[in-house]
Design a protein around this ligand. Structure first.
Ligand code: ZN
Length: 251
């Protein structure tokens, strides 16, 4: 077995047997991996991290060649705890949502370094004290784009009319409909303003660092949240606990 060192965000942990921990990581080089850290719960001083969710660590793990995808993690070293996020309940809640959503949407061991960088950028974004909601919308749009889930927003998905106005978002069809096509279909759709469509397109085509100062009106922000959340719900069979918490707290 070869030992491998890589940078890893903690997505989730759960107790495993008496003293061990099962951790889900998102790594830069291997994508999502599952690992067992033996004895960490009764000998934390042997390890350089307590593996808090969304902390960045350097881990050493032994890749299993056969018998599943659960690896042995023998060293963990904390690189960035994001204390500035942890000291604020709203920021912690959004950071938890970021790792929760990623954990649900990515397959095991399907590496995608731009997704690792996106999570890193957005956690730093929260750490600077910027708007959590704006960060969440940027994260969702970029993540959907990187995973190939991004809805069609440039033309009607049914008749291909470019830039329809008004435009309606249809989750099941994965894109927008013009007024004519919408009226001939059953099912719920959300109307989308020009401002919302423009923001979606702008985020898709811009680097995260160029979006940190972008302004969003309250109306567009609300519409984006509604449409992106509906989209997330459509992809996931169960509502994320972190989303339930965000909604309950009114964050
Ligand atoms: Zn149409």
């Amino acid at each position: 077995m070869a030992a491998t060192k890589t940078q890893a965000f903690v997505l989730k942990t759960q107790d495993y047997r008496d003293t061990s921990l099962l951790a889900y990581f998102y790594t830069r080089d291997y994508g999502k991996i599952h690992g067992i850290i033996r004895g960490i719960r009764d000998g934390r001083e042997r390890y350089g991290s307590t593996l808090e969710p969304f902390s960045l660590n350097e881990i050493l793990f032994y890749r299993r060649r056969r018998g599943g995808d659960l690896h042995q993690v023998t060293q963990v070293e904390l690189l960035e705890p994001f204390f500035g996020v942890r000291e604020d309940l709203e920021r912690v809640s959004y950071a938890s949502y970021f790792v929760d959503l990623l954990n649900q949407l990515v397959e095991v061991e399907d590496p995608h370094p731009p997704i690792f960088d996106l999570l890193s950028d957005l956690l730093w974004f929260l750490q600077t004290g910027a708007s959590c909601r704006r960060g969440a919308r940027i994260y969702e749009i970029k993540l959907f784009e990187l995973l190939g889930f991004m809805p069609e927003i440039r033309s009607c998905v049914a008749c291909r009319t470019p830039s329809p106005d008004p435009a309606y978002f249809d989750t099941a069809l994965g894109g927008i409909l013009c007024g004519h096509c919408r009226s001939s279909r059953d099912g719920a759709s959300l109307s989308l303003s020009k401002g919302t469509l423009h923001f979606l397109d702008h985020v898709r085509n811009s680097a995260v660092r160029d979006l940190l100062g972008v302004k969003v009106s309250e109306g567009v922000g609300k519409e984006l949240e509604r449409v992106l959340r509906r989209f997330v719900d459509f992809y996931l069979s169960n509502k994320l606990k972190s989303v339930v918490f965000l909604e309950k707290m009114g964050f």
